[in-house]
Write a protein that binds this ligand. Sequence first.
Ligand code: 5GP
Ligand code: SF4
Ligand code: MG
Length: 465
Amino acid sequence: CGVFGVIGVTDAANFVALGLHALQHRGQEAGGIVCHHPEHGFNSARRFGYVRDNFTKQSLMETLPGPLAIGHVRYSTAGSKGAAIRDVQPFFGEFAMGGAAIAHNGNITNADALRRELIERGSIFQSSSDSECIIHLMARSLQRTIPERMEDALRRVEGAFSVVAMTRTKLIGVRDPLGVRPLVLGKIADGYVLSSETCALDIIGAQFVREVEPGEMVVITEKKGVESHYPFRPAKSRFCIFEHVYFSRPDSIIGGRSVYETRHQIGVELARETPVEADLVCPVPDSGTPAAIGFSHESGIPYAMGIIRNQYMGRTFIEPTEQIRNMGVRLKLNVNRALIEGKRVILVDDSVVRGTTSRKIKDMILDAGAKEVHFRIASPPTAWPCFYGVDTPNREKLLAATMSEEEMREHLNVDSLKFISLDGLYRAVGEAQGRSPSCPQYCDACFSGEYPVAPTDMINKGFEL
Ligand code: 5GP
Ligand code: SF4
Ligand code: MG
C-alpha cells in the first residue's frame, strides 16, 4: 500500500490526491482521503479504483476542505476476496481528544489476536482490516494526548507498519522498530509532507527532508513543526529488500540510493553470476527493465524491447483472482515479433512468484519464433510468503517452495533459468560484503525464510517456520 499526508497548505486534499497518484503502483484497488478543516471538521472519501478516476472530480474534491489531510492507496491481498469499501483506508475514529484518522502500509502480524481481545472488551469493528486494531487500541488507551495514545497502541502491535495519521491539528508519521516499510518526510512551502516514497514528493514540488527512521514517530503541527519521538525499544533495522527489487518506483530514492541505480546494479550482478550466450537481452516490462539494461551493459549483449507493454494495464500481480491474472498477462504484454524471430533471447524479470507470468511469456516468445529462451531473475527464488505487507500467496502456490531451480526450468520449459544469489542482491543494494548471515541488514524472509518478526497469527494457524 501507499500512504501520504500533508499539513499546512491550502486544500491539502488536492496535494494528497496528487501524492496518491504518484504512489498508485503501491496499490491499485482503492484509495481514500481524510481531511480536517477548522470549521467543517473531518471529512472523508473512499473509493474503489484509480486515484485519477476518483480524486480529480471537482465535485468530490470540494467536499474535502482544510489544511490537513492524509490518504491511502490499497493493494488488494489475494486472500481477501470481495473487498468491501469498509476495508478502504484511511480509518477514522472519534474518541477522547477529538479522534484520529490513520493510514497504514504494512501488515500487523498479531492482528487476529489483538482483534479477538479488543472485541471481547467491547470494541466494535467496522472492517476486516488488520489496520483497524490501531484505532481501537488508541481509543482504549489511558494516555492523555493522541500521540501518546498512538505510542501506547503501536507498542502492542507486531509486524510491519509505516503509519500516517492525523488529528485535528497534527500530522503524525511512524515506522515500526525494524523499519520494514518505507516512509519519508518532505517540506512544501510552510507545510510538511509524509509519503511512502520520494517520487510522490516530486509530483507536488516538495523537497525531500529525510527518511522517518525505523522506530521513530514524528509529530508535525503548523505551529511547532516537526517533533521526533522514539517510542519503541531500539532494534537493528530490517528494511524490505524487495522494495528495491520491485515494489518501489525506480525514480524514488531509498537510503540515499536511486532505486533505478540499484536495479541496474542487480542486472550487472546477475550478468556476472549467470552469464549466457545470446543475441538479445529483453526486459519483461516494466518491472524487469532497469535490471535488463544493467545485464546488457555488463554482458555486452544488445538490449531490445522484445516485449511491449500496454500502458493502460495495471500490475498483473495485484489482480486478486487467478483467472484474471492469467488473462492479465496477455492483456498487458505482447511480443515484438519482428525483433524476436530466430533469436536467442535472454528475458529479465524481477521475480518468479507463481510462475504465471513467466510461463505465458515463454509461450508468446516461442510462438514468435525465438530460437532459445533464457530467463534471468533479479531476485532469488521466492520460496516463502511475505507477512509484512507485500502479498505473496500461500507456500503451496509459490513455485520455488516446492520445486528446485532445475524443476522450475523444466516446468517453465525454457533453455535456462537462473536467479540472482542472495549475496549478489545484497551487493547490488550497496552491501559490498554481501549478506551478513548472523545479522542480515535487510528483511529477505520471502527468499531466506528467516522472518525478522515472528508471524504470530500465522503460527497460531499452523504455519511452520
Ligand atoms: P508470477 O506470475 O510469477 O506469479 O508473478 C511474477 C510477476 O509479478 C513479476 O513479473 C513481478 O513483476 C510481479 N510480482 C512479483 N512479486 C510481486 C509481489 O510480491 N507483489 C506484486 N505486487 N507483484 C509482484
Ligand atoms: Fe519484503 Fe520479502 Fe520481507 Fe516481505 S518478506 S517485507 S517482501 S523482503
Ligand atoms: Mg513484472
